[in-house]
Every structure is written in C-alpha cells, then in structure tokens.
Design a protein around this ligand. Structure first.
Ligand code: V47
Ligand code: SF4
Length: 378
C-alpha cells in the first residue's frame, strides 16, 4: 500500500461546526494538552471520523508512520487465585485448584527452554495469586531464567501480585522491588489497573490492591529508574467520567516520573465470567477509545492495541485511530483472553503475519525490544 496522506489541519478545522469540538481540535493541532472536561466532551460528543483525524495527527507527530511489535511469549504461572474479580474468566478459586494449574520453577523453566534458539526478546509473566508463589518463588524463578538466558527481558507481575507477595514477606514495596530487580526483573506489564475509581473497582475487583497502591508501586519502580506499562479495563459498568479519571491519574504520574512506555486499553470481554450479563461495547467504541487515549495522554509515547484481546482485524483498524503498537507474536501462550471470549482462540502470529497486518494499512513495521529500541525495520 502507498504511504497515506493526511488532510491539512486548516481544512479540517473549517469543517467542524460544533464550537466546543472546534476549540479542542485547535488545541490538538497546536499540540496543547486537553483538560479533563475536554476529554469528557470527546467521549460524549465526538464521532469516530473527527477523533480519527486528531488521533492520527498526534500519532504521526509521535512515531510517524512506524508501528511497533516484538517477539514475545507469555508464562502464566497459575490460574488459581485468592481474588475473585467478577470480570475474570480465567481464574479458579483455591478450593477448585484441581481445575487449574500451578507451575513450579522447574516447569516454568522448561517452558522458557522451549524458546532456546528462537529470536524471542521478552517473556511476559503474570497470572493468578496463590500463597505458594511467593517472593522466594519469584526470586528463584527470575534468577533461574537469567542464568539460562541472560538477554531475555523479564516483564513480569503487577501491583496485584507484588502487593500480596510483599505483604506476605513483610517487606516494603521498595525493598521487594529491589530484591526482584536484583534477581532479574526488567520491567512491569500494565495489568491489574482495571479502573481506578474506588466505587467501580470495589464492585469488579474488590479485595485486591487499591488504585493508590497500584500507582504507588509503579511510582517507586519508576523512581528506581525502570519502566512499566499501564492498562485500563473499559466497556463494562464504568462511565466515561471514570475512564477520564483513570487516564488523568496516569497522566499525572507520568508527568512526575516519565516511567510509562505504553498505555494499553483492554476491552472487557464477557464470556464465562460473573459479568456475562454486561454487553460488550461495539468496535466503534473501541476505536473511539483508542483515539481519545492518544489525544488525552500527550505524555505517553505509545498506545498499544493488544490484538490477542481485541482480534487482529480491530487491532489493524486501531492503527488509524492512534495506536502505534500491536504487542507481539505471543505464540499461543496466554489464556486470559481466549477464556474471556476473544475472537483469537489460539493467539499466535508469525513475524510475517504481523508485518503484513501493519503494511496492509500503509504503515511501516518495526520490530522493537521491550523498551522500544528498534531491532529491525521492515
Ligand atoms: O489486569 C482479565 C485484563 C489484564 C479480562 O503491559 C480482562 O504489555 C478484558 O495487563 N476482559 C492482564 N480484560 C493483561 C495485561 C496486559 C496484556 C497485554 C500486554 C500488557 C503489557 C499487559 O487482563 C488484567 C485485566 O485487566 N482482563 N480478564 C476480561 N474478561
Ligand atoms: Fe485473580 Fe487477576 Fe483474575 Fe483478579 S483478574 S481474579 S487478580 S487472576
């Protein structure tokens, strides 16, 4: 596909009749930050075409025509969990642990060894929370992975897991993170954020770490000169205000630390969980949400569209609505989304398939490492 051209801001501005939306568009074209209220106006009033133009403009300014992906695989050490988040299709209660899995360090290492000789650069480790998989377990695991394959980037665990295992080990967040960093932890994925509003969080993810704890843990990790991602679970019982509040808290922390690499909107999928009665939002709403995230989060370099959750077709579309990253090859190693009803029941893409998806919408594929250093431009 030929390189796409984009309409000039002056021409676009001339076509916007709504005064509020016109003022917001002027701000965006002048690279000015939009406010909480303006973001809410976008959610409530802006159509997809308008949002696409603004998000594309900003995406081009940030990362040009490039779209990133990596060579990764997941390890889910357990799907047994002490928590009972009502959106989770994946976890099994401790009393039903016979229906789940709890891997040992050795079993996980055997999974890692299956990738020997393959060009993977990252292992993404996260799952349920069980007493057995404690601080010592993860310390031993990270040391063993680094001993076997020192260059493999370990992106692992979320504040949900850290909060539980550090409390059990009676160490502070700082001490716990230091121990795991020394063991080999390289960066943190964005999970466990869900939605920061306390009322909604209590209803869908009660009992696990609070929003303040989630943010505090990432802040400490950043101040130790490390990077992480951030997610937002959207499209369930939250309102637009809750989405803006969530992104606003992330934007404020990013102003302070600059430690987030990517923001990853995660669409609520409703198969076989306690929220199966809550309908999923439309693809239009998914694309609007990507675009609004790109516009509001001016201090985030990357917006990731997680194809395993949203499906490869919507992920491809999202590249014209502000997203500039597709996550990775995954190699059918995560169950979180297939169990929740994603159209990707065996999430696995070859490099060529990812490259074709990206080139198919006129963008330039770049294989990156976890920290967005370029490995190869296609
Ligand atoms: O925290 C669980 C979400 C997250 C459902 O950092 C669900 O690169 C929708 O955080 N419907 C874990 N979402 C996955 C995650 C992630 C994924 C890809 C890349 C990165 C990264 C991080 O999955 C959980 C939760 O918010 N989740 N169940 C569901 N039914
Ligand atoms: Fe446990 Fe995570 Fe599922 Fe919540 S989302 S029940 S913390 S595995």
């Amino acid at each position: 596909m030929e390189k796409l051209t984009y309409a000039e801001p002056e021409i676009i501005l001339g076509t916007i009749k709504n005064t509020e939306l016109k003022q917001i568009a002027e701000k965006v074209f002048n690279l000015q930050r939009i406010s909480f209220e303006e973001c809410l106006t976008l959610y409530k009033q802006a159509d997809l075409a308008y949002l696409g133009v603004l998000a594309n403009f900003l995406k081009q300014k940030k990362t040009g025509n490039y779209v990133y992906f990596n060579h990764n695989f997941h390890v889910e050490p357990t799907n047994v969990c002490v928590y009972t988040c009502s959106f989770c299709s994946y976890s099994r209660l401790i009393k039903h642990r016979d229906q789940g899995w709890e891997l040992s360090v050795e079993e996980i290492l055997n999974i890692i060894k299956k990738y020997d000789g393959q060009a993977v650069t990252e292992v993404h480790i996260t799952g349920g929370v069980v007493p057995k998989q404690d601080l010592e377990f993860y310390k031993e695991l990270f040391v063993a992975i680094k001993k076997h394959r020192p260059e493999l980037h370990i992106k692992a665990l979320t504040p949900v897991e850290f909060h539980y295992i550090f409390k059990k080990a009676k160490v502070s967040y700082h001490e716990g993170l230091k121990i795991l960093k020394e063991a080999g932890l390289d960066s943190l994925p964005g999970g466990g954020a869900e939605i920061f509003d306390k009322g909604i969080r209590d209803q869908i993810a009660g009992g696990k770490c609070t929003s303040e704890e989630w943010l505090e843990l990432h802040k400490i990790w950043h101040t130790m000169r490390n990077f992480s991602n951030a997610t937002m679970l959207y499209g369930h019982i939250e309102t637009f205000e809750h989405r803006v509040d969530h992104m606003n808290r992330l934007r404020l922390l990013q102003d302070e630390t600059k430690g987030f690499n990517a923001f990853i909107p995660l669409k609520f999928r409703n198969k076989e969980n306690q929220m199966a009665h809550v309908p999923e939002v439309s693809v239009i709403e998914d694309l609007r949400n990507y675009a609004i995230a790109r516009i509001f989060l001016d201090n985030f370099n990357h917006i990731k569209s997680y194809w395993a959750m949203i499906g490869r077709n919507t992920a491809q579309l999202s590249l014209n609505f502000g997203a500039d990253d597709l996550d990775g090859t995954i190699d059918d190693t995560t169950k979180i989304y297939s169990m929740a009803g994603s159209e990707e029941q065996s999430p696995k893409l070859t490099t060529q398939q990812l490259v074709d998806l990206i080139k198919g919408v006129g963008k330039i594929p770049v294989e990156r490492d976890t920290l967005y250093n370029s490995v190869k431009t296609f």
